[in-house]
Design a protein around this ligand. Structure first.
Ligand SMILES: C[S@@+](CC[C@H](N)C(=O)[O-])C[C@H]1O[C@@H](n2cnc3c(N)ncnc32)[C@H](O)[C@@H]1O
Length: 248
């Protein structure tokens, strides 16, 4: 099944790491939560930034992603991990893991129906005593505007070409469907030439909706945090960070 979001990551893979800055607090959360010597499945592993951190203590890390370009980067960055091209909406690796995690908003790329099939697959890949960790933004959509003008989100130097580049973004929000469309473009800062451009969508997940999806997928939340520093979840928190166990 074609997926426009995966095309987006194929096109932005060269710039993904530089566009997503420091993530130390997030990485420390996983260092705390993923038991040493355990077997970990990272869903939508992207370019392997977090995979590298997980492999500091895990016995093994398997990463799945649907973007070939992102997986290429991950394989170069973390040769000690195993990477598999798979669609998180429906996959069967034929084995279970102590920790199954889907970090950094990746679940927001899916429709409600696809989120449910994905979460069910996460639960099926988790051992009885294992844990599933889901991390998405907690967005109050009253503050999302129907459309935003294009604006610069970052300036950076492209290492292979030596060019100075600018990342631009504009967005539209479809409130009835809670769907945010983000249009992204990288431009040569000197010539104004567009070097890469693509779009992705994110579903704004309310806290109640995610609770219901987890329950329908056979997952029972044991912890729900609102920050990577493990503040208990509450209104206005930036994250919805669930630690859940499979109901068997
Ligand atoms: C926000 S990035 C997160 C990447 C990585 N986990 C990180 O922490 O940097 C979202 C990832 O989800 C992947 N993705 C999107 N839709 C997918 C799908 N249906 N199946 C598998 N991967 C998907 C993209 O290719 C991308 O690598």
């Amino acid at each position: 099944m074609p997926d426009g979001n995966v095309e987006f990551y194929d096109k932005c893979a060269d710039f993904y790491d530089v566009l997503h800055g420091e993530r130390h607090e997030e990485f420390d959360f996983y260092r705390h939560y993923v038991p040493a010597s355990s077997h970990v499945l990272e869903i939508a592993c992207g370019s392997g930034t977090l995979t590298d951190v997980l492999l500091e203590t895990a016995a093994s890390v398997t990463g799945i992603d649907a973007s070939v370009a992102m997986l290429d980067r991950a394989r170069q960055r973390v040769p000690g991990a195993r990477f598999i091209k798979a669609d998180m909406r429906s996959f069967d690796l034929g084995m279970q893991f102590d920790t199954v995690l889907c970090p950094f908003n990746s679940l927001m790329h899916l429709s409600p129906h696809d989120s449910l099939t994905a979460l069910s697959a996460f639960a099926a890949h988790c051992t009885d005593a294992g844990q599933v960790i889901i991390d998405v933004s907690n967005v109050d959509d009253r503050f999302l505007s129907p459309s935003t003008p294009e604006q610069i989100i970052s300036r950076f130097s492209d290492v292979p070409s030596g060019r100075n580049l600018c990342g631009w973004e504009r967005s539209e929000y479809d409130r009835p469907n809670r769907l945010l469309s983000v249009h992204w473009r990288v431009e040569d800062a000197e010539t104004g030439e567009t070097v890469a451009a693509s779009s992705y969508t994110q579903r704004i997940l309310s806290s109640g909706e995610l609770d219901r999806l987890l329950e329908s997928a056979g997952l029972r939340p044991v912890d729900k945090f609102g920050t990577y520093g493990r503040t208990p979840f509450g209104p206005g928190c930036p994250r919805q960070l669930f630690v859940a166990q499979p109901l068997r």
